[in-house]
Design a protein around this ligand. Structure first.
Ligand SMILES: *Cc1c(COP(=O)(O)O)cnc(C)c1O
Length: 383
């Protein structure tokens, strides 16, 4: 079976794990945690980073740190993994969902602008959604599939309304935005080291940023809001720290970041070349290389010409290949059915047609050839 995406542990992972065990530093303090934080900060062009127990925890702590409170709204795209919305709910806040840009599937600044102009109002130094009177506390753009949204346009809107930006770049480590390191485009940027991401630590996440005080607040929140070693805590905090065991794997993975990103982009280019022009098949969005880390690859199938993606996946499975459907938008998820949202034309027409294909960084040329042959055969047969 050629799997969809499996970790590539061909570097120093085993050695560093053994080092962590030998040192007895297996828990939430240790040199690998510090090294991973430095590596994440360097890759994001940030002044620092805080390693966390998950990407979701990173998002939650970041949203709290920028001031999201119970009852608030946070504007985010509907086309994302549910963790982005869950992190908002963990703050006691509610997502205000927007559609996707048809070209890059990420937050559409034009739609965002229209939404604010038509449905929000500034009172004092805060902005409110008129229909419900709730305060809008932050913007949460998502680096969908590892692609940077138009952060310059989003930042301009955020500045106009005095809103902080927490970027969900969970699957986009190594990405740049507008020619700059990613931390330049948001107040805080969150990453995930879950097993299906390009760089994994088994699990875990990180928050990077350009403001040392804000990062200090994030670290405080993730360490039980501990003030001093004699058990004084000044607020309700969280145990969101990453362990040294996880960080040992994460450091070994970060050492291979450039190799991994090159592999992901190579895989994307090969699929694009193979499927470009095939009837009823669209490619994944193509944006400038440094703004797209090509986390997942695949194709978009025309619903009239081809069988449902699920059926195609079953046919691929018979050929020993794992293909999958992709994110179901947040506005269709039961826990967020009542979250306010604008029109969803792009997302509604898109999500059910996305087919993700094997894209592990260890995928061989021969394996990818087999995937292309199998899928081409299925699509020709079913047209
Ligand atoms: C993976 C992912 C997350 C969640 O990260 P975890 O480490 O699994 O908690 C959040 N948002 C997006 C866009 C993701 O892809």
């Amino acid at each position: 079976m050629i799997p969809l995406a499996v970790p590539n542990l061909s570097g120093n992972e085993g050695r560093y794990l053994q080092e962590a065990v030998d040192s007895t530093f297996v828990s939430t303090v240790g040199p690998f945690v510090t090294r991973l934080e430095e590596m994440v900060a360097a890759s994001a062009g940030a002044v620092g980073a805080v390693a966390t127990s998950a990407g979701t925890a990173a998002l939650h702590a970041a949203l709290l740190a920028v001031g999201v409170r119970p009852g608030d709204l946070v504007v985010m795209p509907s086309f994302t993994f549910i963790a982005s919305a869950n992190a908002i709910a963990h703050c006691g806040a509610t997502p205000w969902l927007v559609d996707a840009d048809p070209f890059c599937w990420t937050m559409d600044p034009h739609q965002l602008e229209t939404l604010f102009e038509q449905e929000a109002e500034i009172i004092g130094n805060a902005v409110y959604r008129r229909a419900c009177g709730r305060r809008v506390a932050a913007l949460l753009p998502v680096f969908t599939l590892g692609m940077a949204p138009d952060m310059e346009a989003i930042a301009a809107i955020a500045a106009r309304y005095g809103l902080p930006i927490v970027a969900d770049a969970a699957a986009a480590i190594g990405v740049r935005s507008g020619g700059e390191p990613v931390s330049a485009c948001a107040d805080l940027v969150c990453f995930s080291f879950n097993g299906n991401k390009t760089v994994t630590a088994g699990g875990g996440g990180a928050v990077a940023g350009r403001d040392a005080d804000l990062l200090k607040r994030v670290r405080h929140l993730t360490t039980q809001a501990r003030v001093s070693a004699d058990y004084l805590h000044d607020m309700v905090g969280y145990n969101y720290r990453m362990t040294n065991i996880e960080a040992a794997v994460g450091v070994a993975q970060m050492e291979q970041l450039d190799t991994f990103l090159a592999a992901k982009r190579r895989i994307r280019r090969v699929y694009d070349t193979a499927f470009r022009g095939m009837p009823g098949v669209e490619l994944f969005p193509e944006i400038t290389e440094d703004e797209n880390v090509c986390w997942f690859s695949g194709v978009v199938l025309d619903a009239d010409l081809h069988p449902p993606v699920k059926t195609v996946c079953e046919l691929l499975k018979e050929a020993g290949i794992e293909g999958r459907t992709f994110w179901r938008p947040i506005h269709t998820q039961p826990p967020f059915a009542t979250a306010p949202h604008g029109p969803m034309d792009v997302v509604n027409a898109l999500w059910g047609r996305v087919l993700t294909l094997p894209c592990s960084t260890s995928l061989t040329e021969a394996e990818q050839f087999d995937v292309i042959e199998a899928l081409s055969g299925i699509l020709r047969r079913t047209v």
